[in-house]
Design a protein around this ligand. Structure first.
Ligand SMILES: [Ca+2]
Length: 133
């Protein structure tokens, strides 16, 4: 089993989050977004070797103010049933409003689960949107 944890930094405590998982791998895997207090925000799991994974994230949006335990940091846990170290690559984009202010951030994480370097094995999108005025 391989496991990696990465910090998700571009998130504010009042944000509403969304979470999508894509995959083109055969491995079984689990991805969970959680706080440093151990409270799960989103989770998705692939239980078979079919490369046509249908995203089964437990919910589509979550308001961070609904968290029950106080927290400081958010982490993404990725694990699978292979023995090759997982290689996550993170990309962050800011969403600019017409006035130049930030409306939120999109964090994409592409994960290589073996050694062919295509980085298409697990692909996670986390949207963090600022509260509307
Ligand atoms: Ca690969």
């Amino acid at each position: 089993m391989a496991k990696v944890t990465i910090p998700i930094d571009y998130v504010n405590p009042s944000d509403v989050l969304t979470f999508c998982v894509y995959s083109m791998c055969q491995a079984k895997f689990e991805v969970t977004l959680r706080t440093d207090a151990g409270e799960t925000i989103f989770t998705a799991k692939k239980n078979n070797d079919d490369p046509n994974f249908k995203d089964n994230t437990d919910k589509r949006q979550f308001q961070l103010t609904q968290l029950k335990k106080s927290w400081e940091d958010i982490y993404l846990d990725i694990s699978n049933n292979l023995n090759t170290p997982l290689q996550p690559q993170t990309m962050v984009s800011g969403i600019l409003k017409n006035d130049g202010n930030i409306a939120g951030y999109i964090t994409n994480v592409c994960v290589e689960d073996q050694t062919d370097g295509d980085f298409q094995d697990i692909f996670i999108t986390i949207g963090a949107f600022r509260k509307k005025d």
